[in-house]
Design a protein around this ligand. Structure first.
Ligand SMILES: NC(=O)c1ccc[n+]([C@@H]2O[C@H](COP(=O)([O-])OP(=O)(O)OC[C@H]3O[C@@H](n4cnc5c(N)ncnc54)[C@H](O)[C@@H]3O)[C@@H](O)[C@H]2O)c1
Ligand SMILES: O=C(O)C(=O)C[C@]1(C(=O)O)C=C[C@@H](O)C=C1
Length: 362
């Protein structure tokens, strides 16, 4: 990739632009607030002048409710070979794009799993995405060239590509991002009218839990409006835990010994489950990063091959956690290495063989 146009030079757009510019890509910066594009340029993220011809990649990093119109407008202007967005919800966006006449071959929906409670170009950093998952949601219609541009962007930002189906992505982020945001807001909201004598005692625990409550409310309203069902499903389960916990605490106030004992068990259970869930958060508690198994597949140099392989993996419910492509010099073929959770490699290999793919044994 030699040239890119970043549309929306806030936290995410400017961070990606800084990483691309640092690796030699000529980056053009556009924002509907020209002052923001100027600020990003002053930070070294590129130039706020429009490109003279078509760029390789247009990266749309505007608020979630504006993404569809910004992608469609960029496609109408024919500014790039490939169009990506970084919006936090992928499923409903796909419907909006389809309804607006999006060209599905040159567009690919993505979502970097890194960010901050701060917004705007001044909060951006070139290393924001390093080591973080960056979700790609190709379909069978996605052009291989566009998928390759997306993989290159992720590599240049030193992130880790994760290929997922858009709806599976939305259910996953409802659990790991959208519900935590709401809970953080709800805990922080308890402080709004709290007595100063309590607030002055705030220690590290509440700081950890409420950091993201300071995030931009307008952006989060957009995100929740685009993913209401999956978030409500997770919250319903949490509400059951909450109700059980209230009952358990009331039980501890009871003089009845049996009730007291059961309540103690119920509380211990929620705390133990919490420890177990917390131990699964990647990179927390110093545990080693996940190790994946590799399935290496022979692909020919034809349009649509990569998208087809990702779709076949998605059809058997396997997420691709990382991807590497080895191009064989002088040949019309190469190997794509699909990294998957250990335990999923065998079933993926079998499913791909059944669908006619040739696999290389490691
Ligand atoms: N903040 C996060 O933690 C995070 C993480 C991953 C993905 N995202 C996604 O990234 C996108 C951008 O989020 P952000 O945090 O960078 O927001 P931000 O508010 O920092 O930046 C958004 C920028 O887009 C500009 N903009 C708005 N409408 C525009 C338009 N039509 N054309 C051009 N520019 C326009 C704004 O002026 C602003 O500079 C959102 O879709 C969000 O869902 C955010
Ligand atoms: O680190 C933070 O501040 C974030 O909340 C980032 C976070 C997340 O939930 O992980 C928030 C929303 C985005 O869609 C992706 C990343």
């Amino acid at each position: 990739m030699r040239t890119a146009l970043v549309i929306g030079t806030g936290l995410i757009g400017t961070s990606a632009a800084l990483a691309l510019a640092a690796r030699g890509v000529r980056v053009h910066l556009r924002d509907h607030d020209p002052e923001r594009a100027r600020t990003a340029a002053a930070l070294g993220a590129g130039t706020d002048r429009d490109p003279e011809g078509r760029v390789d990649l247009a990266l749309v990093a505007v608020p979630p409710a504006r993404v569809a119109e910004a992608v469609l407008e960029a496609q109408r202007q024919d500014v790039a070979r490939g169009y990506l967005d970084v919006g936090s919800v992928k499923g409903s966006l796909r419907g909006d794009l389809r309804a607006g006449g999006c060209d599905p071959a040159s567009y690919l929906g993505t979502h970097p799993m890194a960010g901050s409670e701060k917004s705007g170009p001044l909060a951006a950093t070139a290393d924001l995405f390093e080591g973080r998952p960056w979700v790609l949601t190709p379909t069978t219609e996605t052009d291989t060239e566009v998928l390759n541009l997306a993989l290159e962007l992720v590599a240049l930002c030193r992130a880790v590509p994760v290929v997922m189906d858009a709806d599976a992505h939305d259910r996953a982020v409802a659990l790991v991002s959208h519900t935590p945001q709401l809970l953080s807001s709800m805990v922080a909201a308890r402080l709004e009218k709290a007595d100063e004598t309590a607030v002055r005692l705030c220690g590290q625990g509440i700081r950890d839990v409420t950091r993201i409550a300071a995030s931009d409310s307008a952006m989060w309203l957009d995100i929740l409006a685009a993913n209401p069902g999956p978030v409500a499903d997770v919250l319903e389960e949490l509400a059951a835990d909450l109700e059980g916990t209230v009952q358990a605490l009331r039980g501890l106030q009871s003089a009845d010994e049996e009730k007291h004992g059961n309540s103690s068990l119920a509380l211990a259970n929620v705390l133990t489950r919490g420890r177990e869930g917390s131990a699964r958060v990647p990179g927390k508690h110093g545990q080693a990063p996940a190790t994946y198994e590799t399935v290496a597949v022979l692909i020919s140099d034809r349009p649509g091959e990569l998208a087809r392989i990702f779709a076949d993996a998605g059809a058997v419910g396997v997420n691709i956690e990382d991807v590497r492509i080895e191009h064989a010099t002088g040949q019309q073929a190469g190997h794509v290495q699909l990294m998957v959770e250990s335990g999923a490699a065998q079933s993926l290999a079998t499913a791909l063989r059944e669908r006619g793919w040739a696999l290389r044994t490691q």
